[in-house]
Ligand binder design. Structure first.
Ligand code: CMX
Length: 462
């Protein structure tokens, strides 16, 4: 079972309260900022719906219905919009723009994910003082209930870390202020306030949950006490057992760029869908995490590492272009996917891949695995493009992240999707708050059977 290595829980709680006080700012808090923006936003939605509510957005084809709803516009997602060519824009800002504009830790060149959460929820770039206050607030909310660490202590070590994370997040349901308030009787107009509280609590508690899993499964079960003087990413790095400033820099970037990728991806869509039943943010996020754990989605980061290490083994020290090409072709001809390549929406190199590549060029240009990733980047798109059915031959976010972690010694690849999950919470929870603030209804699309579709077109099935 995990245990804190330093400072009793009581002392830690006291230091959180002090930190919170010392970081309080006269500027509006996140909740105040969001609440202030809400009436105007709701007005905008009302006006748009009044003017165009019955207009057609697009024609839905039968191929869309059988084809995983690709290209079908059927969700509202305020935090980000994904363009096939331009890549992701978070509230209108590209990745290089958020890197420049979001507040940073002292001597850091990476944005803080706490600022990203603020931006995704409100559409506004927070000040450095506001982000500092939010960091302190997250520290103050980070204590875990005993039963969650108990559950993790009794979980078999060979249960996949993502399955452990989902268990723990479900078990955190005991902390849901939304579920408790709903049971007491809650006005619809007040839903979002409780979803907001749960969302902050969840984000605050996730690093300790994730660190317990990491330290239990791969190390000695000892988790460093949270340090209220550190930002979220530096604190999480320390809890995982990585104390270098460079690793904290990696975490700041990693946790910022993996947050949000519009609403249609499985983790985002599932969190939103389950939340529409008024399940608490804990149960909704756990559902989203279950989706992230699939190899075609977040688990691709683990798959990539396995694939790269095998490639390294197969081609040996002197492998060149021809050997990499042969390995790629062999992957494809055996009916498997090349992990880390392709995307359901993007049609160019994922800007999240490019951001990680820049990081690698700066911090680990000579790392052999980075060189291998670069070599694959030179060769794979051409080979994948030969298969006409593959719509996007370019790398996605998962093609690069594992190599950066390997460089700093976090070599346990089955853990990688847990890091993705911690970040994803920062992206999907803002929309869950917005969903309840807008009063969005239970999601319930219509389905047809094949017979019913044929009947619609007066088609005689063979
Ligand atoms: N390697 C081999 N085949 C691929 C491929 C790849 N990297 N990418 C797509 N294809 C295949 C698909 O499997 C599909 O084949 P079938 O028609 O036989 O089923 C065909 O090409 C058409 O697929 P698509 O329209 O180009 O892509 P989809 O929208 O269906 O799928 C994705 C998107 C990401 C699931 C797919 O590209 C893939 O499996 N990539 C590898 C896994 C991966 O990296 N996932 C991570 C995505 C990012 C994330 O969510 O984290």
């Amino acid at each position: 079972m995990y245990r804190f290595s330093r400072a009793s829980t009581a002392r830690t709680a006291r230091s959180f309260r002090l930190a919170l006080r010392s970081y309080s700012t006269k500027e509006p808090t996140l909740k105040e900022t969001f609440a202030a923006s809400l009436p105007h936003k709701i007005e905008q939605v009302k006006a748009l719906r009044a003017a165009h509510g019955e207009d057609k957005l697009q024609e839905t084809t039968m191929n869309m219905v059988y084809g995983g709803q690709r290209g079908m516009i059927n969700l509202i997602w305020e935090g980000s919009v994904l363009d096939p060519e331009e890549g992701i824009k978070f509230r209108g800002y590209s990745i290089p723009e958020i890197s420049e504009k979001l507040p940073k830790a002292p001597n850091s060149s990476q944005p803080l994910p706490e600022g990203m959460f603020w931006l995704l929820l409100t559409g506004e770039i927070p000040t450095a003082a506001q982000v500092k206050a939010l960091s302190a607030e997250l520290h103050a909310r980070s204590t875990l209930p005993e039963h969650v660490s108990e559950i993790l202590a009794h979980t078999p070590k060979d249960l996949h870390p993502m399955a452990q994370l989902c268990l723990a997040v479900n078990a955190l349901e005991s902390e849901s202020s939304f579920a408790k308030a709903y049971d007491r009787g809650l006005a619809k107009s007040d839903y979002w306030q409780y979803v907001f509280e749960d969302s902050l609590d969840l984000i605050a508690k996730l690093p300790t949950v994730a660190a317990i899993i990491y330290r239990n499964v791969f190390h000695d079960g000892v988790v460093a006490a949270t340090d209220a003087n550190l930002d979220y990413s530096a604190n999480f790095s320390k809890q995982l057992g990585y104390n270098s400033e460079e690793f904290a820099e990696l975490m700041r970037m990693y946790l910022t760029i993996h947050t949000d990728h519009e609403g249609g991806n499985v983790s985002a869509h599932t969190t939103h869908l389950v939340g529409s039943t008024l399940s608490s943010p804990y149960l909704s996020l756990a559902a989203g995490f279950n989706g992230l754990a699939g190899p075609l989605h977040g688990k691709a980061n683990q798959e990539v590492l396995g694939w790269l290490l095998k490639l390294k083994e197969v081609i040996g020290a002197n492998g060149g272009k021809a050997e990499v090409e042969a390995y790629l072709r062999e992957t494809l001809s055996s009916g498997r996917v090349v992990p880390g390549y392709g995307h359901a929406v993007l049609r160019k190199t994922d800007p999240r891949y490019s951001a990680q590549r820049l990081f690698a060029q700066k911090h680990l240009p000579d790392f052999p695995l980075f060189k291998l990733v670069s070599q694959v980047y030179e060769i794979a798109p051409k080979i994948l493009a030969e298969k006409q059915k593959i719509k996007n031959p370019w790398p996605n976010v998962d093609a690069h992240s594992g190599v950066l972690l390997q460089y700093y010694g976090l070599t346990e690849q089955s853990y990688y999707t847990v890091l993705f999950a911690v970040s994803r919470a920062f992206g999907v929870l803002p929309q869950l708050i917005i969903d309840r603030a807008y009063g969005l209804p239970l999601e319930r699309p219509k389905s047809f059977s094949t017979e019913k579709l044929a009947e619609k077109f007066k088609f005689k099935l063979p």
